[in-house]
Design a protein around this ligand. Structure first.
Ligand SMILES: Nc1ncnc2c1ncn2[C@@H]1O[C@H](COP(=O)(O)OP(=O)(O)OP(=O)(O)O)[C@@H](O)[C@H]1O
Ligand SMILES: [Mg+2]
Length: 388
């Protein structure tokens, strides 16, 4: 028997050990997550935008450090930090121009489980891999993004290391909460369960500033970044309202399933109402782009295709051409607390892995293009490449 609380306590009794065993399982031998991805010379040429010979010449004359080698002396490959170093040396690193605004992109939908965090983590790593400076802010107390980056949120992260103290107005800037990740050029502000406190605290004393805190915080650090990605909770709470106000671009993942479709329409209605009320008090909210991303797509299901067609009709021009398909590789990588970009070798099969990478790249490249189109300093090179 026992009370409801007794029953919950019983469920929780063993979870402490369980969480640690995930970490032992995923990050042996020392429980620390690292970027183990190494890039071949061929990949380096593509990423850096310079020929094999130019890279070899720079290695030979000492401008570049050579890639890691294995015990047998064979080249294992370049780290992302070496790739970014090459870009700096060759002058091929893409950044926004000094007068361009950083893009502050919220991956938002009030519906749960639609791939928000999956998209946020893969996009952040993709953009950092292209050389941009990226900050990923985990705005969700469920902290899936924080977990992906190798933390057990409620063990490794103190509440004072999340957005919480800033939202409590205990700090002047977001700078102290930013930490480097193992992924070069990508920083994170982590989260944990305690961030939920901010929902109660901000709601209990609502004033105009309760909705503008995140934007004000981002303004204190945005000069250091090209792109800032916000991963909010699937709910219309105070933090989500802060996210809506802080963002200057919006990506809405939506699986092509009836319930997800209708909840996305409800989300858009709630978003409109919230934005109208925020604008009444705070002035206009400008978004550089608002796009729907079809997520969790399974082309073998004809009903899904019908919903994709419907979405393209209804949201004409606002649905990304690339769709994030449901992929066993994404699910398997997620179970190992990894993104697909972090894998050095396939978990499922080479075919599924490569197809998945192509899908992720095509989604992320489309978002990258939207970002670059918002930067006046990129207009000329986009025009020359026929991408404007
Ligand atoms: N394209 C995909 N293929 C396979 N699995 C996926 C895909 N996208 C997401 N998943 C899996 O679905 C689950 C939910 O995804 P995710 O956490 O990204 O959703 P979310 O919208 O952030 O959820 P929440 O609303 O709870 O924050 C995760 O286990 C993730 O690995
Ligand atoms: Mg999430």
């Amino acid at each position: 028997m026992g009370t409801g609380l007794d029953k919950i306590n019983k469920l929780l009794e063993h979870t402490e050990g369980l969480r640690r065993s995930f970490r032992n399982f995923n990050f042996s031998p020392d429980n620390i997550k690292r970027d183990e991805r190494r890039y071949s010379l061929k990949e380096a040429q593509e990423l850096v935008g310079r020929s094999y010979q130019a890279i070899r010449d720079a290695e030979n004359d000492g401008r570049l450090s050579p890639p890691e080698t294995g015990t047998n002396g064979r080249r294992i490959g370049f780290t992302l930090s070496q790739i970014n170093n090459m870009r700096d040396i060759f002058g091929t690193r893409l950044h926004r121009g000094k007068k361009d605004d950083p893009v502050i992109l919220a991956i938002q939908n009030f519906k749960g489980g639609v791939s928000k965090s999956t998209v946020a983590c893969h996009l952040a790593e993709f953009l950092a891999k292209q050389g941009y400076s990226v900050l990923l802010i985990d705005c969700d107390s469920q902290a899936s993004t924080t977990t992906t980056f190798g933390y057990i949120p409620d063990d490794d992260i103190d509440e004072n290391e999340t957005l919480l103290p800033f939202l409590r107005e205990e700090a002047e800037t977001l700078a102290p909460y930013i930490r480097k990740t193992y992924w070069d050029s990508l920083d994170i502000i982590p989260s944990n369960l305690m961030l939920y406190q901010a929902e109660y605290e901000l709601a209990s004393k609502p004033s105009a500033s309760s909705f503008t805190l995140l934007r004000e915080g981002i303004e204190t650090i945005q000069d250091n970044y090209d792109v800032i990605i916000l991963d909010p909770a699937p709910a219309l709470g105070m933090i989500s309202l802060n996210v809506i106000y802080a963002a200057n671009a919006l990506l809405i993942p939506m699986p092509p399933a009836m319930y997800d479709f209708s909840s996305t329409i409800s989300f858009l209605t709630m978003l409109k109402n919230s934005m109208e009320s925020l604008e009444r008090h705070l002035g206009p909210i400008e978004y550089k782009f608002v796009k729907i991303l079809i997520s969790r797509y399974d082309e073998s299901k004809s009903a899904q295709q019908a919903l994709v067609d419907l979405a393209n009709d209804q949201f004409e021009g606002s649905v990304l051409a690339a769709k994030l398909r449901d992929s066993a590789e994404i699910a398997s990588a997620g179970n190992r607390q990894r993104t697909v970009y972090e894998l050095n070798s396939p978990i499922t099969s080479p075919k599924v892995h490569n197809r998945c990478l192509n899908i992720l790249d095509s989604v992320n490249k489309e978002v990258e293009l939207l970002i670059r189109r918002s930067w006046a300093s990129h207009a000329k090179s986009l025009r020359e490449a026929g991408l404007d």
